[in-house]
Design a protein around this ligand. Structure first.
Ligand code: DX5
Ligand code: ZN
Length: 223
């Protein structure tokens, strides 16, 4: 099994010092994050507002870790491409919001990004299996999107297991990513279910030493 990927979410970081907060998880060794997760919220698709393309463009200039942009926005068919063109490594849109997810994935890839599709906790996986053939990442939400620091919803691990099986049997080629409530108490069950990439916001940026928190989560996630 591949090495786990750890993606700290800057939603729980200090927004006045985002460059330094990313640098804090960019040290060498196991404390180095694999991706930095950037939560874009528009106060329409979710009841919260964070940051958008201008901030991501600035972060791309200073971050030497791939940016994983999670777009919790309406009309991603219109807006997601800008993040890919700006140089985000992975751009994830929500299945519930996308009008033409296959075209969207093709456009994101054509712009040089990996394409990600996310499903909320109550959204089933099956209707999206065909579209997922065009994607690189499946982001399974393990909290309702909108806020950090919520409790992990273990029921979603059934979808992770299904996705893992489809990837392991070669029917899909995806990084299986989980987002929400991942911490020292929950990461092992997620790893066990077959997650490849673990997003952690409060567990990393709520810790005294974010780099140390990344290293600890990485050790726990190793399967
Ligand atoms: C929530 C965001 C998450 C959030 C996770 O809608 O998508 O990425 O930062 O935060 P924690 O890890 O604290 O649940
Ligand atoms: Zn997220």
């Amino acid at each position: 099994m591949a090495e786990p990927l750890i993606a700290p979410s800057i939603l729980s970081a200090d927004f006045a010092r985002l460059g330094a907060e990313i640098a804090a998880v960019a040290q060498a060794g196991t404390a180095r994050a694999d991706w930095v997760h950037v939560d874009v919220m528009d106060a329409h698709f979710v009841p919260n507002l964070t940051l958008g393309l201008p901030v991501v463009q600035s972060l791309l200039k200073v971050a030497d870790i791939p940016l994983d942009c999670h777009l919790m926005i309406e009309d991603p068919d219109r807006w997601a491409i800008g993040y890919a063109e700006a140089g985000a490594y992975n751009v994830t849109v929500h299945a519930e919001a996308a009008k033409d997810p296959v075209k969207l994935a093709k456009d994101l890839r054509a712009a040089g990004a990996k394409a990600g599709l996310s499903i909320k906790p109550g959204t089933p996986l099956e209707p999206w299996l065909d579209a997922l053939k065009h994607y690189d990442t499946l982001l399974v939400m393990s909290v309702e999107p909108g806020f950090g620091g919520q409790s992990f919803i273990a029921d979603v691990l059934e979808k992770v297991r299904t996705a893992r099986r489809l990837v392991d049997t070669g029917q899909l080629k995806l990084v299986v990513e989980i987002d929400g409530g991942i911490n020292a108490d929950t990461i092992e069950q997620a790893a066990e279910a077959g997650v490849d990439c673990f997003v952690a916001g409060s567990a990393v940026y709520g810790a005294d030493d974010p780099g140390q928190a990344v290293a600890a989560l990485r050790a726990q996630a190793a399967r």
